[in-house]
Ligand binder design. Structure first.
Ligand SMILES: Nc1ncnc2c1ncn2[C@@H]1O[C@H](COP(=O)(O)OP(=O)(O)OP(=O)(O)O)[C@@H](O)[C@H]1O
Ligand SMILES: [Mg+2]
Length: 237
């Protein structure tokens, strides 16, 4: 297998005196979609936040494209090419779709064709139809798409998506799945935190199962699909 793009070892995190992550270790390879699946409160969001340097009481060893992330502030991690779309959609509600996209623009790495609003509108056709609309006049699912599109404007090599399918209409979940496949086709690696098993299973190459802050499984999605006992125990599906 290719060299990992993002590698995390022994990530531990605490809120106050409560430890919520225990030696979380995994790798994300270039251009793959990996699901981080687990029940409510298992530690998915904390894992993504800690990777981005947003959990103060955490200790990790992590590299992205060979650079250590251990002591970098969040903005430097993002500038290395690691995009992050949190569960609470980060868009500017007073700005239009097009203006929101412009706020995310950053140069593409050497040899990569940059994302443009036009390319993103092909990926998210609903956004194309509302390019002049302000963020506060969009549904939750539309805001979620805009949040992802805005992150792609920064031309990341990998993107961390926290529950992109949560709280959005079924037809939009379908568009979201197509968008994740398209990102992968464009060479963007995706780490997808999800509780929606059907959505995650349909688009991911590999999976990590997290339970009470510990990684219980890491392997191919096909392997996890086949392991009914593990799924029932850790995911209830
Ligand atoms: N800011 C916080 N302060 C204290 N405890 C927290 C905080 N955020 C999360 N926790 C606790 O840490 C644990 C992991 O939470 P986390 O949000 O990472 O889980 P999750 O897998 O993302 O869950 P969900 O599927 O509900 O989004 C849970 O027990 C949660 O209650
Ligand atoms: Mg969460």
């Amino acid at each position: 297998m290719s060299k990992p793009l993002l590698e995390i070892w022994n990530l531990c995190a605490f809120y106050g005196r409560a430890q919520v992550l225990f030696d979380v270790t995994f790798r994300l390879h270039p251009g793959e979609v990996m699901a981080l699946v687990g029940r409510n409160g298992a530690g998915k969001t904390t894992t993504l936040k800690a990777i981005m340097g947003l959990v103060s009481a955490s200790a990790k060893q992590a590299t992205f494209k060979g650079h250590s992330l251990d002591r970098l502030p969040t903005y430097r991690i993002a500038r290395l090419g690691l995009g992050y779309v949190p569960e609470d959609r980060r868009i500017f509600t007073d700005l239009t779709v097009e203006e929101n996209l412009e706020t995310g623009r950053r140069p593409a790495g050497a040899g990569r064709s940059p994302w443009t609003p036009e390319r993103l509108f092909r990926l998210f056709p609903n956004l194309a139809e509302m390019r002049g609309r302000r963020g506060n006049q969009m549904s939750g699912g539309e805001q979620q798409m805009l949040s992802i599109a805005r992150t792609l404007m920064g031309n990341p090599d990998a993107i961390l998506l926290d529950e992109p399918s949560e709280g959005i209409a079924p037809v939009i979940v379908q568009t979201m799945a197509e968008a994740v496949r398209a990102m992968k086709a464009e060479g963007v690696a995706v780490l997808l935190s999800e509780q929606n098993w059907a959505f995650a299973a349909g688009i991911s190459d590999r999976a990590c199962v997290i339970e009470r802050g510990e990684i219980r499984f890491q392997g191919s999605m096909a392997e996890l699909m086949a392991d009914e006992a593990l799924r029932a125990e850790t995911l209830g599906v």
